[in-house]
Design a protein around this ligand. Structure first.
Ligand code: CA
Length: 232
């Protein structure tokens, strides 16, 4: 069955080109020409992936991304950002996008990114640490993987999609020392992010949300010269 992609983009020429090319690659492509329509369609219909432009009429791509994650829509998102807007990448990551591509881009690069995005989403890792009903608990923190929810003492903790994937990888590899390169490869999937700094930023965000004292972590430990180890 062909994968269904939602393309949220207002530039008619780009919509046409991308739709043609993705369709010829075997994808089923639907498009939305502004952020409001994109948000509604992505919330109410099943898509395998979303290509989301940042600069959109009515509602920008960041707001669409944030609202989707708040609605617990976990569809993988590839954001299209303008050239050189590094700040955009950081903001987008924090809001739960999975990957970025800077405009203008090569069509081959976009196709490779889309393929990787959908492949990652389709292959959940084997996870012996996670019980059959898809939950994991440490101390007062309880994680429901199926529902993508995290609770502490019954109160909910908001995680971005990427923070959630990173936490899941840590739990699946509990007590193992994981290098930044491994985390980058396994959680981000391939060399999309040029720097392992991305990993450090996400670990810091996870610590802020999960650790009793983020300055002195007891769950996600730094192993100097090596990487990180989850011991929750
Ligand atoms: Ca645009």
């Amino acid at each position: 069955m062909s994968k269904r992609i939602l393309l949220v983009e207002d530039e008619p020429g780009l919509v046409l080109t991308l739709t043609d090319r993705l369709t010829s690659e075997g994808y089923q492509v639907e498009s939305a020409r502004d952020g409001e329509i994109g948000l509604e369609r992505a919330s109410n219909e099943a898509f395998d992936g979303i290509i989301l432009d940042v600069m959109l009429p009515r509602k920008n791509g960041f707001d669409v991304c944030r609202d989707l994650r708040q609605r617990n829509v976990t569809t993988p998102i590839l954001m299209l950002t303008a050239r050189g807007q590094i700040v955009d990448k950081v903001v987008g990551l924090k809001l739960g996008a999975d990957d970025y591509l800077t405009k203008p881009f090569e069509m081959m690069e976009l196709l490779a990114r889309v393929e990787a995005l959908l492949r990652r989403a389709a292959t959940p890792a084997a996870n012996p640490a996670i019980s059959a009903n898809e939950t994991y608990q440490f101390d007062s923190i309880k994680i429901n993987f199926r529902r993508a929810e995290v609770e502490r003492d019954g109160g909910s903790i908001e995680l971005s999609a990427k923070e959630f994937q990173l936490l899941r990888y840590f739990i699946e590899h509990r007590e193992a020392t994981l290098t930044r390169d491994e985390l980058l490869n396994e959680v981000w999937g391939y060399d999309a992010m040029p720097t392992t700094r991305t990993v450090d930023v996400h670990v810091a965000w996870l610590r802020q949300k999960l650790e009793p004292n983020p300055r002195h972590p007891i769950y996600i430990l730094t192993i100097h010269g090596m990487g990180y180890k989850f011991v929750g």
